[in-house]
Design a protein around this ligand. Sequence first.
Ligand SMILES: CC(C)(COP(=O)(O)OP(=O)(O)OC[C@H]1O[C@@H](n2cnc3c(N)ncnc32)[C@H](O)[C@@H]1OP(=O)(O)O)[C@@H](O)C(=O)NCCC(=O)NCCS
Length: 229
Amino acid sequence: MSSTRHQPAPTHPDGPGPSGRHVDTVSITQLQPADHAAFLALLDLADEEGVPEEVEDLLTLPPLGQPFTHGPALCLTAHTPRTASPVGAVFATLSDWAFQQPMNPILAYLITTTILYTNALAVAPDHRHKGIARTLLTEVETRARDTGYRLATLHHAPELTDFYASLGYTSARQVLAVFPSGVRAMPPSSYLTAVKPLDPDVRVHTVPGAPAPVVTGLLPDCDLPAHMS
Ligand SMILES: CC(C)(COP(=O)(O)OP(=O)(O)OC[C@H]1O[C@@H](n2cnc3c(N)ncnc32)[C@H](O)[C@@H]1OP(=O)(O)O)[C@@H](O)C(=O)NCCC(=O)NCCS
């Protein structure tokens, strides 16, 4: 897979985009060594507590196969023609959530290979509201879908619910998922959890009486249990 993808939209460098907003052509690139510091500085914008040291360590690793670029992480940057440094960054990786559940480790491994978690997404303040975050996240989803991932997840602040809904995410305080071992709650967070199916067999159900949306179809035969149907 090419490490750089030029986005067809926005299509008018330096001119107004379809919504009338001022836009630049943006290219999405796999993180390059020269941009490590700028990448980490951008990710800092997305996390009040700063980027964990482990993230920096991952940047030295060779990719663990597609869709990853650095160890088990997918690190992409957004560039515009007029800036030397990246103006946007996204960091996505595996979720270790299944391994924290009381379930067979082989099952936990299989679940881990179905879900891609976007840990951090950020755009430089001067370049916001031009569709750059949308473009970065869409690229993460495309690469995840192309390599067999079935669900995209992330956590976000409540004020971004409409933004993520416009990209196809369902957000809630808690999200449940059906597995052969039963219905499990996805990782808890002080933020909202958002989920988006990447495969037509995966669905997010709003079940009357259930405490949260329910994800089905991540693994074969993981349908809604009878008491929820
Ligand atoms: C959130 C963020 C990544 C959006 O980047 P962006 O490139 O401006 O996003 P896009 O242009 O693709 O989409 C913009 C839309 O996001 C939504 N949005 C962005 N910031 C928002 C906020 N603070 N409150 C409500 N909606 C917001 C709006 O719907 C906005 O639409 P508009 O431009 O018509 O107003 C950027 O504001 C940022 O880096 N914030 C700090 C880090 C952060 O909060 N990251 C998200 C962690 S989950």
